[in-house]
Design a protein around this ligand. Structure first.
Ligand code: NAP
Length: 321
């Protein structure tokens, strides 16, 4: 069934940026609609312990997102489980078309679609996705009890995934293209102290090797970044944790982007190149990409949307006089 819903503020995305925008826009009496997308709660739902959310020494990522959703709802935000497949920003009101058949029209839009995990791009990586190759340790780690696995990457995600996977795996090899990790020092300390984790420096993934019947991974071929020497490492699981890219599919041809697709916002603002369209969180932030900074940008976006709508209404009022 197709129907149309109008809202003053449409929030697209349900990570910390989206839900915080929902809290603020609701408190501003804007009666926002928030459309959650394919992964309600966003990237934090695929993590475990979060230790840097202020007010919680330790909280599970999925629990934090359930609380944020409940908070936005309690403030009056309407939360809808739908996926926006296209967005028309050329005319007013803006129009967003949901998978459900609903068209959402909105006077202002807050984009908070976040980011998704990057892949290396090897054909063998693609061939074994879901059959031993994964980008989510919390989703798939359980399948590797007592097995040897490898993690690729050197940032926070890679180190957190490697640590988490030691709950299941007999051995975790962390393969990194340099000999220095990008991850926070506290995570590095935990990694180096963990007897199940062995770092392999100056190596890159060349190929995932496995069997077709049954389909599954048997190992990886890795190349030394300096000598070019190839080594084979037996393993049953390959976890790729090489960073994230902004989820900009809805707007990459419509809004100004930079730095590999991040939506450009005006300095000290969430305003994009189209008035009335605001961007918050990992979609626009190539620098910090933290839950707390995303939440901060969600707050800014809602305050700016409120101001934008008030100005529009003032202008319309003056024109009518
Ligand atoms: P990241 O910090 O960008 O790290 C990506 C890692 O993958 C880097 O070590 C990079 O190597 C490596 N890499 C990139 N492309 C590669 C390729 N093609 N082949 C091999 N290695 C490759 O990404 P992230 O770890 O996903 O973190 C993203 C953001 O989220 C960061 O700001 C991070 O702080 C944040 N985050 C925070 C937490 C937390 O606070 N607990 C948890 C997770 C993520 P180089 O180092 O050589 O560039």
């Amino acid at each position: 069934m197709s129907d149309t819903r109008h809202t003053r503020v449409l929030i697209i995305g349900s990570g910390p940026a989206g839900y915080t925008a929902g809290v603020y826009a609701s408190r501003a009496m804007l009666e926002p609609i928030l459309v959650q997308g394919l992964e309600p709660g966003g990237q934090l739902t695929t993590t475990t312990e979060v230790e840097n959310w202020p007010g919680d020494t330790e909280v599970q990522g999925p629990d934090l997102m359930v609380r944020m959703e409940a908070h936005a709802k309690a403030m009056g935000c309407e939360i809808i489980g739908d996926y926006i497949q296209s967005l028309d920003l050329d005319s007013r009101p803006f129009q967003a078309h949901g998978d459900s058949g609903t068209t959402y029209t909105a006077d202002a839009v807050i984009l908070a679609t976040g980011a998704y995990a990057k892949w290396i791009g090897l054909p063998s990586e693609d061939a074994f996705k879901g059959f031993g190759v994964s980008a989510c340790a919390t989703c798939d780690g359980f399948f590797y009890r007592g097995q040897e696995i490898v993690v690729i990457g050197g940032g926070n995600t890679a180190v957190e995934e490697a640590l988490f996977l030691t709950n299941f795996a007999s051995k975790v090899t962390l393969i990194h293209r340099r000999d220095e990790l990008r991850a926070e020092k506290i995570l590095q300390d935990r990694l180096f102290k963990n007897p199940k984790i062995e770092p392999l420096w100056f190596h890159e993934l060349e190929e995932v090797v496995g069997t077709d019947n049954p389909k599954g991974v048997e190992g990886v071929r890795v190349k030394h970044t300096k000598t070019g020497e190839i080594t084979e490492i037996p393993c049953k699981g390959v976890f790729v944790a090489i960073g994230h890219a902004p989820a900009n599919d809805l707007v990459k041809d419509k809004l100004e982007t930079h730095m590999g697709g991040y939506v450009v916002t005006k300095p000290d603002s969430t305003e994009t190149s189209i008035p009335g369209v605001f961007a918050a969180g990992d979609l626009t932030d190539h620098k910090y990409r933290q839950a707390v900074t995303s939440a901060g940008m969600g707050c800014m976006a809602a305050l700016e949307a409120e101001r934008f709508l008030a100005e529009q209404e003032d202008t319309a009022g003056l024109a009518a006089q």
